[in-house]
Design a protein around this ligand. Structure first.
Ligand SMILES: [Mg+2]
Length: 373
């Protein structure tokens, strides 16, 4: 089996009006992200899908335009390769462009989808098999007033969500502290709370917030910008430290695990370079009993299905959930099987082998670029 053609599409996933301002982080607010979707076509006509959608230009180092530019170099480099030989695909991409993991992730996920379709197996089984039928997920409570944050947290718990991520940072810390306390006041037994600052606090602010919230059961996700800052605050925090943006690759994550810096991880398939590196990170985290999530920055059914497939293979005790952006944009590529949250959980797509999606031919319109052998 050989890769014959790769088609690149631009798909808009604007935040629905009623959800506007709902996804505000310390440095940016998500409004109208464009998703990069690829169809990787084999010589027998089998099509695999990959996707990456950068939430905002500030949320990660890659941007919509850099992903597209990198794909223009990477796609021709994997034409003619066997998608089942993921190591060869990776080597060809690494020999063509350094870094650019988000673009490599798009093609890697498409090859996993292809592998599943060629072998007539769901991707979740190729990844080792599911450890849970319905995958835990979590929902974001954006930056707002204490009253708004508490009302949203209360509503989400009533809808069945048992993991909440409260955004913080980018404003005076006493406002963050007030919002954290307001949400803590409405927390139900069994609800897990993470306060995610997306790199938004200084070291002093992070320590001050942890002290002011010492009695609240919560974790602190990426409170400061760099690994060095996280190491500086670690011993002063009263809460478990979860690393997201600084967890950039396997060697970094291994160092953070072995040194005891990270009590958990927020991990994104696109930042790490696809399901192949995510699988290795998963094995490390599960062996070390360090909780992790299986997320991406934003995106539609394709990357959502990849997140849920990996998320289903996590040891339930050490799963921080798989996140979907679908509640914010309400767009499905596969109306019947696209992953969605029901009663706080996500069911794996059931549309066949691979990622389990059945996307109609021509669904994405005209490709903005096509690469052929
Ligand atoms: Mg995060």
């Amino acid at each position: 089996m050989e890769i014959e053609e790769i088609r690149l599409y631009r798909v808009e996933l604007p935040v629905a009006d009623k959800a506007k301002s709902a996804y505000s982080m310390s440095g940016s607010t998500v409004a109208t992200p464009n998703s990069v979707v690829v169809e990787v076509v084999c010589d027998d006509g089998t099509v695999g899908y990959g996707e990456a959608c950068m939430a905002t230009p500030q949320a990660q180092s890659a941007q919509d335009g850099t992903v597209r530019a990198a794909l223009a170099m990477l796609a021709p480099a994997i034409l003619g390769l066997d998608p089942l030989r993921l190591g060869q695909v990776r080597a060809a991409m690494d020999a063509t462009v350094d870094g650019q993991q988000e673009a490599k992730a798009v093609l890697d996920v498409a090859c996993w989808d292809l592998a599943g379709k060629i072998l007539d197996q769901p991707v979740v089984d190729l990844l080792g098999g599911r450890r849970m039928d319905d995958v835990t997920t979590y929902h974001v409570v954006g930056i707002g007033t204490p009253e708004e944050a508490a009302a949203t947290a209360d509503r989400l718990q009533a809808e069945g969500l048992s993991r909440l991520q409260l955004k913080a940072g980018g404003r005076p810390v006493h406002e963050d502290v007030a919002a954290i306390h307001a949400v803590a006041d409405v927390l139900r037994p069994g609800t897990d709370l993470a306060v995610d600052t997306n790199r938004g606090w200084s070291t002093g602010e992070a320590i001050a917030v942890s002290e002011a919230c010492a009695g609240i059961p919560m974790s602190m996700e990426q409170p400061c910008a760099t690994e060095q800052e996280l190491r500086a605050v670690k011993g002063h925090l009263r809460h478990p430290l979860v690393v997201d943006e600084s967890a950039s690759d396997l060697p970094t994550i291994a160092r953070m695990v072995s040194s005891g810096l990270a009590d958990g991880f927020g991990l994104k398939i696109s930042r790490l370079g696809g399901l192949t590196p995510m699988r290795a990170v998963r094995d490390l985290c599960m062996a070390a009993r360090v909780p992790m999530s299986a997320d991406d920055a934003w995106g539609g059914d394709v990357i959502g299905a990849a997140c849920v497939a990996l998320g289903a293979t996590l040891t339930p005790r050490f799963s921080r959930g798989a996140w979907l952006s679908h509640p914010y944009h309400q767009v499905h590529y596969d109306e019947a099987n696209g992953p969605r949250i029901v009663n706080g959980y996500v069911t794996l797509p059931d549309g066949g082998p691979g990622l389990g999606l059945q996307i109609p031919d021509g669904h994405f319109g005209e490709p903005e670029a096509t690469y052929r052998r």
